[in-house]
Design a protein around this ligand. Structure first.
Ligand code: URA
Ligand code: CA
Length: 441
């Protein structure tokens, strides 16, 4: 078998066999296949596409390119949660403790933020002492004791994906359904959970700009998971405007605290987090019980918030800062962004807000960049709200003023203001499971 022939076959739309896909992945990890050959094949995949069978074979080959975590010593179903990435998407920090407080065993590996998107590990690392780098035995131990652990993606798992992602990043081959689906699912398979709930984002701040392509990505990931023997449910949710009102690491942790204290029952962040927790419980086998009542009880009793604090302590974090924002968020300046004209907010462009937060120091332009955990943005208005000229629409948390003028301008431009009251946009577009796509409305 030769890489040349595999590239040539895919160039003309041929369907690759499992053996050809394994040959490519093994060869690329070992160094026998060169970067330029892998680049050519990735581009051919982007242009010619792949059948679901091929995508699943690619995910499996990448999942088995390194260690596969064995979580079998944790009793019962282990459930994972994953978002395709967004802005102000703090749902993990709400849904994970909520599901765990109801009895689920949540074992989750997360990534860091890049460009306009945030990463759960950066958010958790804003808490003093929090250590997300855990060995698999430590990970298992925390899940056994607490019921939930969120740790950073282990470098031992799916090394082929890591190497290929770096190549995709510089060869314009990231935004391809087959490659995104196989990349995400390879890590989920290697992480060892039997069940996963996926939050597939659509809109200006997401890979998938329109709901139809988000459903296609969701369907592909669900199908791969099923072929790998997992229980997989996906929800398709809006990422046209940021999910929460906070964008920035410590700010988002504090918003998660508000949600877990039951203060955000009308907010999209709560709606999505609650739906994720429901599906995490259903996927864990609690379907026969009244999942709604379980969630209500975990919230009203304070058990969900207590579980969040317990998980933070178990991972070395000082959870007392959550009760004292002054010890947690250190911004030398808070700068208001004012509404330029009277009207209704038609949309708040998630990508622009995410990039502005990055400029303020909350995110990374390059993987090596350091971040300022206290920097970020609080949105004071959301789509559908009314504002008058001069009213505060956002508040910037700043330490380094270097990019402040540019960030301020970007936040202001992210708000699309019009005379007419806009129709409300859906927060959740639907779900995808083994039976297929279920669109809401
Ligand atoms: N996230 C991943 O892990 N992989 C992709 O390809 C895209 C988003
Ligand atoms: Ca948020």
């Amino acid at each position: 078998m030769r890489m040349y022939d595999i590239i040539y076959k895919k160039r003309f739309g041929g369907e690759l066999s499992d053996e050809e896909i394994n040959f490519f992945i093994n060869g690329y990890v070992s160094g026998e296949a060169a970067d330029y050959q892998a680049s050519a094949l990735l581009m051919a995949i982007c242009i010619s596409g792949m059948a679901v069978r091929e995508t699943a074979a690619l995910a499996m080959a990448m999942a088995h390119s390194g260690k596969v975590a064995d979580l079998s010593s944790i009793k019962g179903v282990k459930v994972d949660k994953h978002s395709t990435g967004g802005v102000g998407d703090t749902a993990t920090l709400v849904a994970v403790p909520l599901a765990a407080a109801c009895g689920a065993k949540v074992a989750k590996m997360s990534g860091r933020g890049l460009a306009h998107t945030g990463g759960t590990i950066d958010k958790l690392e804003s808490i003093p002492g929090f250590n997300a780098k855990r060995s698999i035995p430590e990970f298992i131990d925390i899940v056994k004791r607490v019921g939930a652990a969120v740790i950073s993606q282990s470098a031992e798992l799916a090394p082929a994906d890591k190497k290929l992602y770096a190549l995709r990043d510089v060869t314009a081959t990231v935004d391809c359904v087959a490659l995104i689906a196989s990349s995400i699912m390879s890590k989920k398979i290697a992480a060892g959970c039997g069940a996963v709930v996926l939050d597939v984002k659509t809109g200006s701040g997401a890979f998938m700009r329109d709901p139809e392509s988000a459903f296609a990505l969701a369907k592909e990931m669900v199908d791969i998971g099923i072929m790998a023997g997992m229980t997989v449910i996906a929800i398709v949710t809006d990422m046209d405007e940021p999910l929460g009102s906070a964008v920035g690491n410590a700010l988002e942790v504090m918003e998660a605290v508000d949600a877990l204290k039951g203060r955000l029952y009308h907010a999209p962040l709560w709606q999505v987090s609650r739906l994720l927790a429901q599906h995490m419980l259903i996927a864990s086998g609690f379907a026969g019980e009244n999942v709604d009542a379980m969630i209500g009880k975990a919230m009203e009793s304070g058990a969900a918030y207590a579980k969040f604090r317990e998980m933070i302590r178990a991972e070395g974090g000082d959870d007392t800062v959550l009760e004292d924002e002054r010890r947690f968020i250190h911004a030398s300046q808070k700068i208001s962004v004012l509404c330029p004209k009277e009207g209704y907010i038609r949309s708040v462009n998630a990508k622009q807000v995410g990039l502005a937060a990055m400029l303020l120091g909350a995110g990374r332009e390059k993987k090596e960049d350091r971040i300022d955990h206290s920097a970020g943005i609080i949105l004071k208005k959301r789509a559908g709200d009314h504002a008058v000229a001069g009213e505060e629409i956002a508040l910037l948390y700043v330490n380094d003023e270097k990019n402040l003028p540019e960030a301020r301008e970007m936040v202001c431009c992210a708000f699309d203001i019009s005379k007419e009251k806009p129709c409300p946009r859906p927060i959740v577009y639907g779900t995808v499971d083994r039976k297929g796509i279920h669109r809401f409305e």
